[in-house]
Design a protein around this ligand. Sequence first.
Ligand SMILES: CC(C)(COP(=O)(O)OP(=O)(O)OC[C@H]1O[C@@H](n2cnc3c(N)ncnc32)[C@H](O)[C@@H]1OP(=O)(O)O)[C@@H](O)C(=O)NCCC(=O)NCCS
Length: 170
Amino acid sequence: MIFPNLSRDIERNLADYNALPGWKRKLLAGTLNSIHAVALIRFQFWCRKHRIPTIIPAKLLFWFFRIEISSEARIGPGLRLPHPTGIIIAPGSVVGKNCDLYADTRLVLAHGNRQGPVLGNGVFMGDGAKAVGAVTIGDDAVIGVSAVVTKEIPPNVRAAGIPARVLATP
Ligand SMILES: CC(C)(COP(=O)(O)OP(=O)(O)OC[C@H]1O[C@@H](n2cnc3c(N)ncnc32)[C@H](O)[C@@H]1OP(=O)(O)O)[C@@H](O)C(=O)NCCC(=O)NCCS
């Protein structure tokens, strides 16, 4: 695979369709918006790694999806973007393995700091969820719709609200 991580990304994006016959899964792999967007992101990182200007994948991501990802961010394998639009990932942000970023997820810098948010493995950023500055979100945390994370979120919790607070376990 030319682009590191892309095969794991595709596998995860197709995980909901494992029951389908092989040809249908192949067709989906070529048509799912999430896979198109993730492939462009991996292409952008590949260009960066090989010192090729990233303008083509970056512009395609912006024009088609309104997505802007800094080439100075780090994104682990198994990325899912189920509704790939409005996603912004600032320089110095880290996204762990097997994360789900829903529409309008934003990982942004605080003023005067070049370290972006750090997401562990298996983090779920719900629709419109945001994280600001050098905050850490622990493994397998679920961040609710429209939450704004401004402080550390521990692993394996659900958090919501502005600022995001950990919800009581049911
Ligand atoms: C945060 C979330 C995971 C919580 O789910 P849950 O653990 O089942 O929690 P509940 O629905 O029982 O709600 C618990 C409390 O949190 C509040 N709450 C839930 N989601 C909230 C949100 N996004 N923002 C603010 N408060 C929220 C509820 O009103 C409730 O408050 P109360 O205790 O005062 O009544 C869920 O609401 C959520 O936002 N999931 C993401 C969904 C998403 O992005 N889907 C994308 C697919 S299209």
